[in-house]
Write a protein that binds this ligand. Structure first.
Ligand code: C2O
Ligand code: CU
Length: 489
């Protein structure tokens, strides 16, 4: 897993961390009330009249953010980050919470709706909220390179138009490796009227946490093994609770949609469904044109999502298993009662992906490396200038290389989607696991103008250098961040 040379642990990391704190330098930028996603709602057909709406599918396992705005086109919610307590392993421990809970409540909305989030920071440290995967304005993306972090006691209003249906999630983007581990994360479920209708939709947010001898969340250590492998916890959580407590009931013949997110700091999760029939139906960027039978394991990188269709063909127990090395861990189990119903057949609707395939306009190479005891992207530790600048609408084939030796890197690009070259599922993604040596070739659809973070989602790696930015110029030649964010990088 990690090379011998990597064991010469750099205490340099701490210094690097301080140097890497590039965020927050910008002056107090205020939320732009008119800021909305470019091209929001495009691709939804630009229908002449309002489409008939069916009620949103209920979500199991996820308390929702409460929409306080009666306007059907607006979802207006309150979100507060605070220090709190949670019971874990029969012990009450200190955690960070959104609206008093871990995970934070789920944001549920439809494509085309405007979302307004009145965010208040009751922590004792600065934070932002990043809407992982949503192709919205970079001013609303929570990047500390654009948005001045929200100071303790302060508020910020996030406002954006939801571009498309899929499973996303939200988390801080300041001191992320620590704030997220302490409990700051929540699911985002965007549902479209054209989505297939299941008997039930379940939100399953998977995490691992590292506890100390007292059962509390172990302190951050960016100079030790954590900085090399990332922080791998030994306690597994599903929806914020011990995974072994994640249980539910169902009946034979039912078919469900499971929306799974990996929110761990560093652990990639090989997942498998046992005791039921499963198909992969959606990834980071939404529904697949054609579902793929899931037999055996499929690895979910840190930050990634997979939506599974789970059919209970037989009574018994259906399980979501995650492999810790090769040891199966049950992350969720459903007791399936017998029933006369035969397995339900599902006709897959015609899916129009958020982005169609199109010819490549340019090529780019990104190299993830470990040089002089530091994690680097293209040879630099948290480079201050964008590593790539292209006009909006560019289709860039990127070769992701990993020359660091023995450690994998889940690459995440903010605000855009990409596909892996040769991927039979043709899935749209925002996060991809780059194995040792790589390379992985992706085609990125850089349609959303702005300054976008491009980083390793092993949060400890990102904290100490594996963090860069890609600039997508608007047609007038300015990136949104540069033009409106007022941030001197
Ligand atoms: Cu999940 Cu830079 O983000
Ligand atoms: Cu990494």
């Amino acid at each position: 897993m990690l090379s011998a040379r990597a064991l010469t642990v750099p205490s340099l990391f701490l210094a690097t961390l301080l140097a890497a704190a590039c965020g927050g330098g910008g002056g107090g930028s205020t939320p732009d009330p008119d800021a909305s996603a470019p091209d929001a709602g495009a691709g939804e057909g630009g229908d002449a009249g309002p489409r008939e709406r069916r009620p949103l599918a209920a979500l199991w396992g996820a308390p929702l953010l409460v929409d306080e705005n009666p306007d059907p086109n607006v979802v207006e919610v309150r979100l507060e980050a605070a220090v709190g307590r949670a019971t874990f392993d029969d012990k009450e421990i200190d955690v960070y919470t959104y609206n008093g809970m871990v995970p934070g409540p789920t944001l549920q909305a439809r494509p085309g709706q405007k979302v307004i989030v009145h965010f208040t920071n009751k922590l004792t440290e600065a934070t932002t909220v990043h809407w992982h995967g949503l192709r919205i304005s970079d001013k609303m993306d929570g990047s500390p390179a654009i948005q001045a972090p929200v100071q303790p006691g302060a508020s910020f209003t996030y406002e954006f138009v939801v571009p498309e249906a899929a499973t996303f999630w939200y988390h801080p983007h300041v001191n992320t490796h620590d704030q997220l581990e302490r409990g700051l994360y929540g699911a985002i479920v965007i549902q479209d009227d054209l989505d297939p209708l299941y008997d039930l939709e379940r939100v399953l947010t998977l995490d691992d946490v590292l506890l100390d001898a007292n059962g509390a969340i172990a302190p951050v250590n960016l100079s030790g093994l954590d900085a090399l492998t990332g922080r791998w916890g030994k306690h597994f959580l599903t929806n914020g609770k011990k995974a072994s407590l994640a249980r539910a009931q169902a009946k034979k013949g039912q078919v469900e949609r499971w929306r799974i997110t990996n929110v761990a700091n560093a652990r990639k999760m090989p997942l498998e469904i046992v005791g039921a029939r499963a198909r992969l139906i959606a990834t980071d960027g939404g529904l697949l044109a054609r579902p793929m039978d899931l037999t055996g394991r499929r690895t979910l990188p840190v930050g990634g999502r997979m939506d599974l269709e789970v059919s209970y063909d037989t009574p018994g127990q259906a399980r979501l298993q995650m492999y810790d090395a090769d040891v199966p861990v049950t992350m969720f189990a459903v007791d399936v009662a017998d029933a006369p119903e035969a397995p339900r057949a599902f006709t897959w609707p015609t899916i129009k992906p958020a982005i169609e395939g199109r010819p490549v306009s340019s090529n780019f190479e990104m190299t993830f490396d470990f040089q002089q005891n530091q994690w680097t992207i293209n040879g630099a530790v948290s480079p201050m200038a964008p590593i790539l600048t292209v006009p909006k609408g560019s289709t860039v084939q990127m070769r992701l290389r990993n020359t660091g030796g023995g450690v994998e890197h889940p690459f995440h690009l903010h605000g855009q989607f990409f596909r892996i070259v040769g991927d039979p599922t043709n899935a749209l993604l925002d996060t991809v696991q780059v194995p040792d040596r790589g390379p992985v070739d992706i085609v990125a659809y850089l349609d959303n103008p702005g300054m976008w973070m491009a980083h390793c989602h092993i949060l400890e790696h990102a904290a100490v250098g594996m963090m860069s930015e890609i600039e997508v110029l608007d047609t007038n030649g300015a990136s949104q961040g540069g033009a409106g964010g007022g941030h001197g990088h």
